[in-house]
Write a protein that binds this ligand. Structure first.
Ligand code: SAH
Ligand code: SF4
Length: 343
């Protein structure tokens, strides 16, 4: 695999690269400290022999993303639009709360999964991002804000780019670099069943969230093409296996859509799935999307749904939407130029 960005290499790969080119391998740690701890985005000032500096410069970029636009929501959420060296859009969102700041990173430019309620889905896939391009989104936010959590919920399907996502998580978790506990790193998937097993095998340091979205095959299949490849039975089996082997909880993300997933029948289906499992449910009211057939339910409908589910002692939290005014909320990242408020 050829890397463009130095941040995509593991410590071991960087050591080997140095050895192969006649340099001292201990320089790997020095370079990684420069890039990940000091968060430098130029080789200038890196205290290594000039020859090595030239080699690094000619082999790997140290900054891949170009900032095109920065927008700030009325609620404090910030969204950045970047372009990759091959001119593809990538968006990153920073969501501040009183006690923390989460960065929502993109793992691909666009997405191939085609969920009908998601703006990223209607963009189609440009390409997967390198680990370095994923890490750079976080490093950029860290220049202005202390980051407590990273959620892999921006553009793209993380498990369709598992190698790079795994590398990024390992680096974020590494005590010598970012030292973020696995509880602070969350990967969200639309349900790529074989990759859920692979995530477990690799021992990727992260928590897992699954976009359940709907709790019966007919509704889920009409909203998410992935359900036709791996249906709910297979998905739930993969989730059960993940929870059993890892001993970790899996969060289910459920989208409230008028007349589809916010009805009494839908609530009963959800209860049937969640009650016997160690899962928490995050409900998200459908954000504005490009599909006129999909609408958000009324506040009353949402409350009735929540009360019905909670009466069965199922833990369900409603996620407060952030950054809707700048199209920074879930499923809204699509390089869309509408309502951009530059700051
Ligand atoms: N591709 C991954 C992660 C990115 S999507 C996944 O699908 O899980 C992040 C979350 O946004 C997912 O839970 C998805 O179901 C949700 N989402 C997408 N479009 C949405 C919309 N219009 N309203 C609310 N949530 C949406
Ligand atoms: Fe892709 Fe996730 Fe959007 Fe589906 S919801 S199209 S998997 S980004």
């Amino acid at each position: 695999m050829k890397f463009q960005d130095i941040k995509s290499l593991s410590q071991e790969e960087l050591r080997l690269f140095l050895l192969d080119n006649g340099h001292k391998p201990y320089r790997a740690e020095q370079i990684r400290t420069w890039v990940f701890k000091q968060k430098m985005q130029t080789y200038e000032g890196l205290n290594v022999p000039a020859e090595l500096c030239h080699l690094l410069e000619s082999s790997f970029s140290i900054k891949s993303l170009r900032e095109e636009l920065k927008m700030q929501s009325a609620d404090g959420t910030i969204k950045w639009l970047y372009k990759t060296p091959d001119n593809l859009p990538v968006e990153t969102v920073m969501i501040p709360t009183e006690t923390r700041a989460s960065v929502c990173v993109s793992t691909q430019s666009g997405c191939a999964m085609g969920c009908v309620f998601c703006r990223t889905g209607s963009m189609k896939l440009n390409r997967s991002l390198e680990a370095g391009e994923i890490l750079e989104q976080i490093i950029n936010v860290m220049q202005i804000k202390q980051v407590t959590n990273v959620i892999f919920m921006g553009m793209g399907e993380p498990l369709m780019n598992l190698e790079a996502v795994h590398r990024a998580c390992v680096c974020l978790h590494d005590q010598k670099t970012f030292s973020m506990g696995k509880g602070r790193l969350t990967i969200s998937t639309s349900g790529i069943v074989p990759k859920i097993a692979e995530l477990l095998e690799r021992g990727t340091p992260c928590q897992l969230a699954v976009s359940l979205v709907a709790a019966d095959n007919e509704t889920r299949g009409s909203l998410m093409p992935v359900n036709k490849t791996w249906d709910l039975t297979e998905l739930l089996k993969a989730i059960d296996n993940y929870m059993e082997k890892s001993g970790e909880w899996v969060t289910l993300e459920y989208i409230l859509i008028k007349d589809k997933t916010c009805t009494k029948t839908a609530a009963k289906n959800l209860i049937r799935i969640v009650k016997p499992r160690r899962c928490k449910v995050n409900a998200i009211v459908l954000n504005d999307n490009e599909n006129p057939e999909l609408q958000a339910p009324s506040e009353q409908e949402v409350n009735e749904f929540l009360n019905f589910v909670r009466a069965e002692s199922v833990q369900i939290n409603i996620r407060n939407p952030r950054g809707r005014d700048i199209l920074a909320a879930c499923g809204q990242l699509s390089n869309n130029s509408l309502s951009k408020v530059a700051v």
